[in-house]
Design a protein around this ligand. Structure first.
Ligand SMILES: [Fe+2]
Ligand SMILES: [Fe+2]
Length: 285
């Protein structure tokens, strides 16, 4: 483990997400909303898979900090899963009644493959998926304009999740290496994860695009290209950080900025405290 001082801290925050947001709650943008809806709908299944892969290894850990971080990683992921499921029920499901969070074909294939490949590759897949989420979270935290215009509660939920993803990004990676995982297994885990994440993403994304008949509009294709591959496109900005994972000497903590993370975390807790006071005052009056 390269960084023994990093602490993983679960923050069980309940975000006040109501049903009163417009369908395209992300600044009125269909692409941004469907992209975020896709993430939020796939998170409950994904996070539970991460926890189920890491939990069996926790009791074998000898280092106390690593053990505590691994347990807190599991708590963080369970909290994320719960909050995103609530978000899905309030902001996604009412507009896309046939959209599910589980029982997709890709999830069934994924479950079979995950069993067949064995626990080492499963861990490698989790480590790679944690890399994808941490790198994406890092981009959003470094570029607050990406969440500009969002309602405070929604923005806080995403920031909270991004912060905790960055905080625990090395947990599965370290467990994988400490349990004897090698570079070849890490690379296999990376490509399997990338494949299944893409399948999952496509399942949700195109479900919503088809439901809204967006594919009929030429503007949809232009906006999609701009959002993902344009000058400041999401994938364009993420592809190099994603691929760094394949460097033989890569470790997630090589690309950390813990001071910024601590500051953001403190700000988040302060906003949460203020919100709780605000809601308490409303309930009393
Ligand atoms: Fe998470
Ligand atoms: Fe995570």
């Amino acid at each position: 483990m390269e960084n023994e001082t990093l602490l993983v801290l679960p923050r069980d925050i309940k975000f006040k997400i109501s049903k009163n947001y417009p369908k395209y709650w992300f600044n009125g943008s269909a692409i941004k909303t469907i992209h975020a809806n896709t993430l939020t709908s796939s998170i409950p299944f994904g996070e539970r898979f991460f926890v189920s892969c890491v939990l069996p290894h926790i009791k074998k850990l000898k280092n106390r900090t690593q053990k505590r971080n691994a347990l807190n990683f599991a708590k963080q992921e369970i909290n994320h899963s719960k909050e995103h499921y609530r978000f899905y029920l309030k902001l996604v499901k009412p507009h896309y009644p046939k959209l599910k969070v589980k029982n997709y074909l890709y999830q069934k294939i994924f479950a079979v493959i995950a069993v067949l490949v064995g626990s080492k590759i499963r861990l490698a897949m989790v480590a790679a998926m944690e890399h994808f989420t941490a790198v994406s979270g890092d981009l959003y935290l470094r570029h607050p304009e990406l969440l500009e215009g969002l309602d405070d509660n929604i923005k806080m939920l995403w920031q909270w999740h991004f912060i905790e993803e960055i905080e625990h990004k090395a947990v599965a990676f370290d467990i994988f290496h400490d349990s004897g995982g090698n570079y070849i297994q890490r690379v296999i885990g990376f490509f399997l994860s990338a494949f299944f994440l893409s399948m999952g993403f496509a399942s949700y994304y195109f479900h919503m695009v088809c439901y809204d008949k967006l594919y009929k509009s030429k503007q949809f294709y232009i906006d999609t290209y701009q959002f993902f591959w344009g000058k400041h496109g999401l994938i364009k900005r993420l592809v190099i950080p994603y691929l760094r994972y394949l460097l033989p000497r890569f470790h997630p903590n090589q690309y950390s900025h813990f001071e910024q993370l601590t500051q953001l975390s403190n700000e988040l807790m302060e906003i949460d405290r203020q919100l709780k006071e605000k809601y308490k005052a409303v309930e009393i009056s």
